[in-house]
Write a protein that binds this ligand. Structure first.
Ligand code: C2E
Ligand code: MG
Ligand code: MG
Ligand code: MG
Length: 286
């Protein structure tokens, strides 16, 4: 699909079986170098409220533009986690996102920014304090910075993840459970989470227009999340029919290529500024 090709670059890095291979070490030092020289970038993807048809937030997604064979965000993160670079990488993403929040506010967009957090970040004992300090130093004290964590990543270390999320939540950072329904999850664990939002994984959303069974699962998930007090975001929404179904099912927000693929910051600012999105969206939603 051309959006995906444009967004991600389609040549994937293939992790080798030998994690100490020369290739891998080269790649790791290339990533370290990219981080130090500010060669990484962020793309942004909006989250749209189905109730108001307004953009309510932007998700920051890491990009590593490489001349030879682009590497997808998932692979960049996996490499960073395996090579001890995830701490500085997340720090960089948080700093950039906070700067961006301030820039958006200046231009009249008081939007929430969502940042994806790795399980390894939640294991750093000083992580909640660190995020709070960055926030205190930022130029925009209005609004929120949302932290997205995947359900699966928390299951690796449920007790410590819960502890870290509780500190972040009490410090006022909304927590979002990403890729919900994509892996093994314990409902008794989920119900304890100090989250404000659940993002239903794209794999569950993709076929709701054609698969009644998927519709039942998504409807049940939406109802359950609402009963537990969470807002619900549907990820990977690619067509208007799916948006209409989700609106009828009571889903709160959508994200996906239907609205726009993730865009570089300048293009996202231009996209927001046209305001075209909102009327387009209303028209599309009927
Ligand atoms: P995610 O957080 O679940 O992000 C959603 C992914 O789905 C993104 O892929 C996005 O480009 C893609 N996507 C959005 N809408 C659609 C759609 O309609 N159709 C399809 N097919 N795909 C869609 P991306 O940017 O490649 O990121 C992949 C994953 O890498 C993210 O999944 C997240 O888990 C991780 N990631 C990205 N940036 C960061 C980061 O800065 N830090 C950490 N820790 N993880 C990150
Ligand atoms: Mg995410
Ligand atoms: Mg996700
Ligand atoms: Mg994901």
């Amino acid at each position: 699909d051309s959006n995906e090709a444009r967004d991600r670059g389609l040549a994937y890095y293939q992790p080798t079986r030998d994690s100490y291979s020369a290739d891998r070490l080269t790649l790791a030092s290339e990533l370290r170098e990219a981080l130090q020289s500010n060669a990484l970038s962020l793309h942004l993807q909006p989250k749209l409220s189905l109730a108001t048809h307004a953009v309510v937030g932007l998700e920051a997604l890491i990009r590593w533009p490489r001349r030879k064979s682009p590497i997808g965000a998932d692979e960049v993160i996996a490499l960073a986690e395996q090579t001890g670079l995830i701490k500085p990488l997340t720090r960089w993403v948080l700093e950039q996102s906070l700067q961006l929040r301030a820039q958006l506010l200046e231009q009249g967009w008081p939007l929430d920014i969502s940042v994806n957090i790795s399980p390894n970040n939640l294991r750093e004992p000083d992580f909640p304090t660190f995020v709070q300090q960055l926030m205190n130093c930022s130029h925009n004290h209005r609004g929120t910075l949302t932290l997205e964590v995947t359900e699966t990543s928390m299951m690796q270390d449920p007790a410590n993840s819960l502890k870290a999320l509780n500190s972040l939540h009490s410090a006022g950072f909304p927590v979002s459970i990403d890729d919900f329904g994509s892996g093994y999850s314990s409902l008794s664990y989920i119900k304890q989470l100090p989250a404000s939002e659940i993002k239903i994984d794209r794999s569950l959303i993709t076929d709701i227009a054609t698969h009644p069974g998927d519709r039942v699962i998504v409807q049940t998930t939406i109802d359950m999340c609402h009963s537990l007090g969470y807002k619900v975001v549907a990820e990977g929404v690619e067509d208007g029919g799916t948006v209409e179904l989700l609106a009828a099912m009571g889903c709160d927000m959508v994200q996906g290529y239907w609205l726009t693929p993730p865009l570089p910051i300048d293009e996202m600012l231009a996209w927001l500024a046209t305001g075209r999105t909102l009327s387009d969206t209303s028209r599309k939603l009927g």
